[in-house]
Design a protein around this ligand. Structure first.
Ligand code: SF4
Ligand code: SF4
Length: 166
């Protein structure tokens, strides 16, 4: 469906309802470049933090408290997920090359970045808990944070934030 709004029927939990069909702890058994598409997608914790706007200052990426206008800050879901690359030219596909880009532009808690850098998934990750909401309950997503939509923001430098999980 082509829409600027999240399909109201979509429930993020559906991604984690068939975990029994996957090899237990597959992320510990295969390198990231050997994961199937479905396994790769399951690694995303749904935090929404990669949809914050960022500025590169000298050689560092600095995050702001402004987010893409298509992010629903309550659910942390993209409102246009199937069409995101057509509508937002700087929306990034999360590929292994993107995960390895320097300077780092994904948050420190991003599952892809963690695994690629030798860390395990955090205890609140939906693949560990089996529940999509655990990322929000642990305070690790954008839900409940003072984030504003980029629409109308004139100077992103006034919106820099230094949250410890970015
Ligand atoms: S930061 Fe990483 S884990 Fe969080 S939503 Fe983006 S890709 Fe998924
Ligand atoms: S278009 Fe891209 S950056 Fe914007 S909310 Fe969707 S996934 Fe995030």
């Amino acid at each position: 469906m082509t829409s600027d709004w999240i399909d109201e029927e979509y429930n993020p939990q559906t991604r984690f309802n068939s975990l029994q069909d996957f090899e237990p702890e597959f992320w510990k058994k295969k390198p990231l470049d050997k994961l199937s598409r479905a396994e790769w997608e399951l690694l995303c914790d749904g935090c929404g933090k990669c949809c914050l706007n960022k500025i590169q200052i000298r050689k560092q990426i600095k995050f702001t408290d402004t987010c893409c206008r298509f992010l629903d800050c309550n659910s942390c879901l993209c409102k246009i997920y199937p069409h995101r690359f057509e509508k937002v030219p700087d929306c990034r596909d999360i590929t292994l090359a993107a995960v390895r880009e320097k300077p780092r532009w994904l948050p420190k808690t991003c599952a892809y970045w963690l695994l690629d850098n030798g860390f395990d998934l955090p205890t609140w990750h939906p693949l560990i808990t089996g529940r999509a909401d655990s990322v929000h309950e642990a305070g690790q997503s954008l839900k409940g944070r003072p984030v504003v939509s980029e629409t109308g923001v004139e100077d992103f430098e006034n919106h820099l934030v230094d949250w410890e999980d970015l």
